[in-house]
Design a protein around this ligand. Structure first.
Ligand code: SF4
Length: 318
């Protein structure tokens, strides 16, 4: 980091809410409870949440992250399903292997699972709006196995090209962490093209995604540089960076921690915005604020609050 700058003032706009959501908190707590009750190793299928710091810290405490149950060396140890959820056949396989499964799937993702199963039971055509290779979408699509009339799309172009019959009943489900604007645009095309779209179906973007995106939009009204704390494989963090740019920020950076702060790019600037994806710990934000305080003699902090969150989900017994 360079020397302390004694500019007349430097404004820091803090997005609220930011950082951990209810689903992420619940998932990390479940892993910690399992470590406490059973000791190490505890297995977790996939990264419990998409954040490098969270994963590295749990790994140091004895958590083993696996992509497949064949990597579980001792079937008597607990195995935790990540917050993103998993396809139905993963649960069947766990039962066959006699694994002690602890399910940390976010309840809001489970809600989407129930919805897609209902759409398939009704025999409707189904569109999933999301990223086909994201674990949440693999889990959502995997609720209905090889159901033939289901397509995963991610763009308005793909919505225009969808090959379903225009009069057949259509249900829409979405990834919980997408940009709200993207979902609105893609759904509008689907509703326009397919005349029998299920009125109960549509966006499944969760409260945490909605509020974090709204807060970033609001912050960008005050500053043209946005910093988002989060890992590159975190869908909701990447969306915050994208939304900042779409909302008018000239620069938006997605960084894992203070070591990646783009100090050179702040030269000559008088303000900055700061937020964090739903899987990023608040202590990482705190370290950036402290570094900014050291860097700028006259730092003024402004909280930009769009909502107050106090969502807590019930957890299963560990
Ligand atoms: S971002 Fe939303 S869906 Fe994902 S874990 Fe958090 S609350 Fe659940």
């Amino acid at each position: 980091m360079s020397q302390k700058i004694s500019a007349p003032f430097f404004d820091l706009y803090l997005a609220q809410p930011r950082g951990f959501c209810g689903g992420v908190r619940r998932a990390i707590n479940l892993v910690e409870q399992a470590l406490q009750k059973y000791g190490a190793p505890v297995y977790v299928r996939h990264e419990i949440v998409h954040n490098k710091h969270v994963v590295d810290s749990l790994r140091r405490r004895g958590v083993v992250f696996v992509e497949d149950f064949s990597e579980v060396r001792d079937c008597r140890r607990p195995v935790i399903i990540s917050a993103h959820g998993a396809p139905a056949d993963v649960y069947r396989k766990a039962e066959d292997l006699g694994l002690k499964l602890i399910d940390a799937t976010c309840p809001l993702v489970e809600k989407v699972h129930k919805k897609i199963r209902r759409l398939a039971e009704n025999g409707q055509n189904i569109v999933i709006i999301g990223k086909a290779d994201h674990p949440e979408i693999i889990g959502t699509a995997g609720q209905i196995g090889s159901y033939p009339n289901c397509r995963i799309i991610r763009s308005t172009k793909e919505a225009e090209a969808l090959d379903f019959s225009v009069n057949a009943p259509l249900g829409i489900v979405t990834q919980t962490t997408l940009s709200i604007e993207d979902v609105v645009q893609i759904s509008a095309i689907l509703r326009q093209r397919f005349h029998n779209t299920d009125t109960l179906s549509g966006s499944d973007t969760c409260y945490a995604t909605t509020y974090r995106q709204a807060a970033v939009r609001e912050v960008v009204r005050h500053t043209s540089i946005m910093i988002v704390v989060g890992s590159k494989n975190s869908s909701n963090s990447r969306q915050l960076q994208k939304i900042a740019l779409e909302a008018g920020a000239k620069q938006a950076y997605l960084i894992d921690d203070v070591s990646e702060m783009p100090w050179d790019m702040l030269e000559g600037q008088t303000s900055i915005g700061l937020s964090a994806g739903a899987s990023a710990p608040e202590e990482l934000v705190g370290e950036i604020i402290n570094a900014l305080k050291k860097h700028y003699a006259n730092l003024k902090i402004h909280d930009i609050i769009v909502a107050v969150e106090n969502v807590k989900f019930k957890s299963p017994a560990v």
